[in-house]
Design a protein around this ligand. Structure first.
Ligand code: SF4
Ligand code: SF4
Length: 380
């Protein structure tokens, strides 16, 4: 990455941190983190996947973002600056990104035109072949999350409805071997595990496998309850067993020096998850992007444990083009901050809705979506 590209991103980060500190609502800085969805199609049909056959699915209509649509959006004012200043872009959507026939063109365009932006992919790994390993390894601060969710072929088949467990694991191994061969930290590799009653007993074994595969971190996520099927799968049905297995997994992860973290949803607050282990500054669970940055001397704006600065740092686009300050708020459609198909970047980023969020979020009367957010009501 050229020094100039690095410097621009670091300056933007520093300005963004100062603007947080002084509680600015109209920002001169650009977001640090952009999520740009590339499509909603998928080649699997996991039991726990967000309602792909229900009302939500109709809204997204299983569409892929075409390269033409993508380039048309980037012509709107502000987008080129935003992508030249952000630290990372999540380039995937509510589906398997590699199912989009234009994904490679979109990826190549971002990599070639915005050097220094960390590209993040979340994939089920079934199509993440050697070509993709070789591509991602050349992107500085890149990250790949593989959604594996099982430690055995049998459980994988039951949960993911596919026989591709071995293909996925060999794709992960190829990438980690390549990373070792080139002696690089790119990409940061996480393996995700949506914890359900079907796979919770395998979680400790999954820790062993993740070490064996050479991953950096394990992300254990709660199952979202949105219909009868997911209600039956949920760990809420056996919190004692779930807690025991999670504790065992944490113990193994500590022994084998792999990071593990647990993420709950607001619906049931995952009291069957143990507290997240604490890691030092060199072990950022979500990647290396926070290390070695100029902002270290800038005071953080957190005054209480419940303060949230996502509306300063994040620009998250939903599959239908609506913008939100975080993943959590995407479940409240009435709170959209704008649409990338109708407005230019700057009109959204410094529009009335984003500014309202920044003004109110850390007050005693935050926007409704924030008032019910777990970030504002930390787990006991
Ligand atoms: S791989 Fe991901 S997007 Fe595809 S069905 Fe499974 S959970 Fe859903
Ligand atoms: S919903 Fe939660 S995470 Fe999102 S901006 Fe509000 S407080 Fe922050």
């Amino acid at each position: 990455m050229s020094n100039l590209c690095r410097l621009i991103r670091e300056k933007n980060r520093a300005l963004n941190r100062w603007e947080q500190y002084y509680g600015k609502d109209e920002l001169k800085s650009f977001p640090l983190h952009i999520q740009f969805p590339t499509g909603t199609t998928c080649n699997l049909k996991c039991l726990f996947c967000t309602e792909r056959d229900g009302i939500k699915a109709k809204r997204y209509d299983y569409k892929n973002l075409s390269f033409e649509q993508f380039s048309a959006i980037l012509k709107y004012d502000g987008w080129r600056h935003a992508l030249s200043c952000a630290y990372k872009i999540e380039l995937y959507g509510w589906g398997e990104p590699l199912c989009n026939p234009d994904y490679e063109k979109i990826f190549n365009y971002v990599a070639a035109n915005f050097p220094g932006i960390g590209i993040i992919i979340s994939t089920n790994g079934t199509m993440f072949n050697q070509k993709w390993s070789e591509k991602i390894i050349s992107i500085e601060m890149s990250e790949v999350n593989f959604s594996v969710n099982s430690a055995s072929k049998k459980t994988y088949h039951r949960l993911m409805g596919s026989d591709l467990f071995e293909r996925v694991t060999s794709n992960i191994r190829y990438l980690t071997d390549l990373r070792n061969k080139y002696n690089t930290k790119n990409p940061y590799i996480t393996l995700s595990y949506v914890a359900t009653l079907e796979n919770i007993k395998e979680l400790p074994e999954f820790v062993d496998l993740s070490v064996d595969y050479g991953a950096d971190c394990i992300i254990v996520q709660d199952t979202m309850i949105f219909n009868e099927k997911t209600e039956k799968l949920s760990l809420t049905n056996d919190p004692v067993l779930a807690y025991k297995m999670c504790e065992r997994a944490v113990k193994k992860a500590k022994e084998q020096k792999i990071m593990i973290t647990f993420i709950s949803f607001e619906t049931h607050k995952g009291n069957y998850f143990p507290p997240n282990p604490e890691y030092n500054d060199d072990q950022n669970i979500f990647g290396a992007q926070d290390i070695h940055c100029e902002h270290e001397k800038i005071p953080r704006a957190f005054f209480t444990d419940t303060d949230c600065f996502d509306p300063w740092e994040r620009f998250m686009i939903r599959a239908d083009g609506e913008v939100f300050p975080c993943c959590q708020s995407q479940t409240f459609p009435e709170f959209t901050l704008g649409s990338i198909y109708e407005q230019n970047f700057l009109n959204i980023w410094n529009g009335d809705a984003y500014r309202y969020f920044r003004k109110m979020i850390n007050t005693s009367t935050p926007p409704q979506v924030c008032a019910v957010c777990p970030r504002k009501e930390p787990l006991e």
